[in-house]
Design a protein around this ligand. Structure first.
Ligand code: SF4
Length: 433
């Protein structure tokens, strides 16, 4: 099955579902059912919430994996003025946040409201890019209002619709009335966020985890997963697998167990999306964030993608490189020159022209660590990993002019960069981005 054809993958779990409890098929867990599943307790104060989050070692689920307790502690004594739920999910290989917003919106909203109460926030904004999630969130907010309402009115906002517009400070700018772009310098939202006021922003899954934690407490939260990382995670599995889906797994589940669950027959395995890495030895990998770091990978956006050998991997990577360059805001040198140059060099290599390969490696050296956000660093990490994983294919492009396979566009991208050749489409009908 192609990766791109799995636009809204089915939902299921390995072990008992927690975040996705109550979801059957394509159902939405309404407020009454949600209240039956997740008992509502008195809102914890800031110290209690921080202590509980620290006890379960909760890491942010948007890709940066920043400890949530540290983010709470970074706020000033007065707490936060605004709480933002980031549902942008611009990563083409991830669908988990949309699944949460569409199927269990009240769990996400519970987490946001509990956090807002603990931090004394006056605004809660939930931002999403896609119509279906915006509708589901709007319906959930209306349902709550009709059932007595909450201590704050939740605002539902449309995000910027691109990969980098979901970056934390880009979204903070947008919620503050500005453009959905990172500010061009590294500032912390916890100090200077919306309206220059302290702001707490986290990913949709992070808030769902906070909603669960406030409902069941740290002891029950830690009854699954590992001691290093208790609890569960959502993983979007796509590509050359028989049963793709958004799957809730206990943290620490072996990667081969997940691959067996989805019916993966073989191929290269990318974990963490287009800021992630290809895994050299899947048999040894445990799917939790510390385990993946040991294997040279990143949990990132929570995706596992299997690429079989039907398509030219160098051409696939070149397409993604162009997309990563096009998705940047082009306001910093590493994105204007580094990512664009890398995309040009990889396109030449994919076409069998190896004359730019030294320039390619030079750009891989000098591009990271110099942007105003982490986009060029994440992109370069993915490209380095790609060149390592597909080293023999790269050699064939360097020395034999190519590998003889078409570029099918199996790795999905969005927008103008997504075009694949008509030849490729003819080879594998139905593959699109
Ligand atoms: S590093 Fe790139 S994506 Fe990040 S702010 Fe600068 S131009 Fe934009």
């Amino acid at each position: 099955m192609s990766i791109a054809s799995v636009h809204a993958p089915p939902i299921r779990s390995i072990g008992a579902p927690r975040l996705l409890a109550g979801v059957v098929g394509n159902s939405v867990v309404g407020l009454v059912e949600h209240r039956g599943l997740h008992v509502r307790h008195a809102t914890p104060g800031r110290d209690r919430l921080t202590a509980d989050v620290r006890a379960v070692r909760l890491l942010g689920r948007g890709g940066a994996e920043f400890p949530v307790a540290l983010k709470l502690e970074a706020l000033p004594a007065g707490g936060a003025e605004v709480v933002i739920v980031n549902g942008s999910e611009g990563e083409p290989l991830s669908h988990k946040d949309r699944s949460l917003m569409r199927h269990v919106p009240h769990l996400v909203l519970d987490g946001a409201l509990a956090t807002a109460a603990a931090l004394g926030a006056r605004r809660v904004v939930v931002a999403a890019d896609d119509e279906e999630s915006l509708c589901a969130l709007g319906s959930a907010v209306a349902e709550r209002a009709a059932n007595g309402g909450d201590h704050l009115t939740i605002e539902v906002a449309r995000g910027g619709g691109r990969f980098v517009t979901g970056e934390a400070r880009a979204l903070g700018n947008m919620v503050g009335g500005g453009t959905a772009a990172p500010p061009g310098r590294r500032v912390h939202l916890t100090e200077c966020g919306v309206g220059a006021r302290p702001t707490f922003l986290a990913n949709v899954e992070t808030f769902a985890q906070l909603g669960l934690l406030t409902a069941i407490g740290p002891f029950d939260f830690a009854t699954t997963g590992t001691s290093e990382e208790p609890g569960t995670s959502l993983i979007t599995v796509t590509g050359a697998v028989a049963r793709p889906g958004v799957i809730e797994v206990p943290n620490g589940v072996p990667l081969p167990v997940l691959l067996g669950h989805v019916g993966a027959a073989g191929g290269a395995i990318l974990v963490g999306g287009y800021h992630g890495a290809w895994i050299d030895d899947p048999a040894q990998v445990l799917l939790n964030r510390p385990g993946l770091h040991c294997a040279g990978g990143r949990f990132g956006a929570g995706s596992v993608t299997v690429l079989d050998d039907a398509s030219c991997p160098v051409g696939e990577i070149a397409r993604v490189a162009r997309w990563l360059a096009d998705e940047s805001m082009r306001q910093c040198g590493p994105c204007m020159f580094g990512l664009g140059g890398l995309a040009d060099d990889l396109a030449a290599l994919a076409a069998g022209d190896g004359r730019r390969v030294q320039h390619l490696h030079h750009l891989l050296q000098i591009t990271p660590g110099r942007g105003a956000c982490a986009h060029p660093d994440g992109a370069v990490g993915f490209l380095r990993s790609s060149l390592r994983c597909f080293g023999s294919d790269v050699d064939r492009h360097l020395h034999q002019g190519g590998c003889g396979r078409p570029v099918l566009g199996l790795l999905p991208i969005t927008g103008a960069s997504s075009t694949v050749s008509s030849t490729a489409r003819a080879v594998r009908p139905g593959v699109s981005s």
